[in-house]
Design a protein around this ligand. Structure first.
Ligand code: BES
Ligand code: ZN
Ligand code: ZN
Length: 505
């Protein structure tokens, strides 16, 4: 979609202008877009609003009797949109409705969505990002319809304050870039495992990196052997697909600035391995590389935004398969760190491959490491569908994540990472155990605690378990499948890099 900040007259006169109303402002002539419509049409709109029994979020597609122009009337509640969270959902709802009605363009009056306590720029950014997110659907393998896809081609934005056109346009571009890159990540996640193998994920990362100026290097199994990455190689040994470690470097900050490293779980299909998953759990497991997709999306968004930072993305990519060559329960793998990992359950593979990726990350001497992984079913049980888990040895850092999550729309919530939990992941035949002794109690925390054993050299570290938000739910007003969660949080962390990387822990 093309996003442009323009004049109110253009938005009013173009196709698909959105006009918000509350019962208090039923006089539609007071709406800033109304002055560009024919007076009789405005009277008609007012009459419609008065007569309608709509409530918050209801939409009415109106063809104006005089000009025959199509307007989308949106009820924004008696007292206006109640919260920023609700504003996000409303923008998505409008976009999806407009798309279903075959609008080729959509026009927002940004002030309609501005809430107290936020700026017009942030509001515009939110609209652009969320219209992109709501517009996306996974259709790569679907036949092209005879009369084409119902795509919205252009979104325009207007505001009362014409002096702000330039800053609003900039904000709109930021939002659109984030939305587009998140959708690229969703596309990677939604792609079936037969297409999105570790090698093809690496190829996609190379392509995306080349397009946006991120240098990408791929470490194959031969080099992994030299690096003694026994954990990644161990998980991967049951698959005919070669494991890959994807390394994306975007070093555009001062040389003296230590980088932020993102690590994303890239299990392109998780059967569970010898501890085979039941049928019900298998269908979505091509999305077990969603943490990796999030990292690819975030690093490319940061590059597109030309942020002056040093960021590295690291994605261990494997397929977890049962076969004659698989790793087994009871096996002991020697990780790159030297620590041995006792395999209690081959389905707890994510934490195992992340261990080697963490050790690899040490070479960057990062100021902060954030890992993103669809790590545990337990996280879904703990948190439900609307937020993902964050764990950090520093409460201050974890709290900062929830704040940035709220700002970005990528809601996350802390789980404890207290030392008491360490005893449950101590190994008997190896140093650490990948499936805790007290399984399934505190499964998300035990996984976090396992990862922590390999993260102790980092001055700041946060683990995001995005299993709970891997796929969208209907109430989020997104198409079904991958939600792209985590990307916005990573971008927001980088936008606040100075503060986050200097936090006292
Ligand atoms: N990829 C799964 C976790 C998952 C489940 C993500 C559902 C998204 C949706 C992970 O590898 C896994 O299977 N974890 C096990 C760990 C257990 C064996 C200790 C789990 O959560 O059951
Ligand atoms: Zn698993
Ligand atoms: Zn997994």
């Amino acid at each position: 979609m093309k996003h442009t900040c323009t004049s109110s007259s253009r938005v009013a006169l173009g196709e698909g202008a959105v006009m918000c109303y509350t019962s208090q402002t039923q006089e539609m002539k007071k709406h800033p877009l109304a002055s560009y419509l024919l007076p009789d049409d405005v009277l008609y709109l007012t009459a419609l609003c008065k007569a309608s029994k709509s409530t918050y979020g209801d939409m009415l597609l109106v063809t104006l009797p005089k000009s025959l122009k199509k307007i989308l009337l949106v009820h924004c509640g008696e007292n206006g949109i109640p919260s920023f969270r609700k504003a996000i959902l409303l923008v998505r709802k409008i976009t999806r409705y407009a798309k279903s009605q075959s609008f080729s363009s959509l026009g927002f009056f940004v002030d309609d969505f501005k809430l107290a306590g936020t700026t017009l720029e942030r509001t515009a950014e939110m609209i652009a990002e969320n219209s992109e997110l709501a517009h996306y659907e996974f259709r790569t393998f679907k036949e092209h319809p005879k009369d084409g896809w119902k795509d919205i081609e252009a979104v325009s934005y207007a505001t009362k304050d014409s002096k702000k056109t330039h800053t609003i346009q900039k904000a709109v571009m930021v939002g659109a870039v984030c939305g587009e890159q998140i959708n690229i990540g969703r596309e990677l996640s939604n792609s079936p495992a037969g297409h999105m193998t570790p090698k093809s994920l690496a190829q996609e990362a190379l392509k995306i990196g080349k397009k946006w100026g991120v240098s990408v290097k791929v470490v194959g199994e031969k080099e992994m052997e030299k690096l003694k990455m026994g954990a990644i190689l161990g998980v991967s040994q049951g698959s005919t697909e070669e494991a890959q470690l994807i390394v994306m470097e975007y070093l555009h900050g001062p040389k003296s600035q230590k980088p932020i490293v993102f690590v994303g779980k890239g299990v392109t299909f998780d059967t569970g391995g010898i501890n085979l998953k039941p049928s019900a759990g298998l269908g979505e497991m091509h999305m077990d590389m969603s943490g990796g997709a999030t990292v690819i999306a975030a690093v490319s968004a940061i590059a597109r935004l030309e942020l002056k930072v040093n960021v590295v993305g690291i994605i261990p990519a494997v397929e977890n398969m049962p076969s004659g060559s698989s790793y087994r329960p009871g096996d002991v793998l020697r990780s790159m760190s030297g620590k041995t990992i006792e395999i209690g359950n081959t389905d707890a593979e994510g934490r195992v491959i992340m261990a080697d990726a963490f050790t690899y990350s040490e070479r960057y001497e990062p100021a902060l490491v954030v890992d993103v992984a669809t790590l545990t079913g337990a996280c879904m049980v703990a948190l439900g569908d609307y937020t993902f888990g964050v764990m950090s040895p520093s409460d201050a850092v974890a709290k900062k994540m929830t704040d940035l999550g709220e700002i970005s729309g990528d809601y996350c919530w802390p789980l404890p990472l207290w030392e008491e939990y360490e005893q449950d992941i101590k190994g008997t035949t190896g140093d650490v155990l990948n499936a805790a002794k007290n399984h399934p109690r505190g499964g998300a925390i035990n996984a976090g605690m396992f990862l922590y054993q390999f993260a102790k050299k980092f001055p700041r570290w946060v683990h995001c378990d995005i299993a709970s938000t891997m796929t969208s739910v209907p109430a989020q007003n997104l198409s079904s499948g991958a939600s792209g969660s985590g990307t916005r949080l990573l971008v927001e962390i980088v936008r606040n890099a100075k503060e986050v990387t200097s936090m006292k822990v």
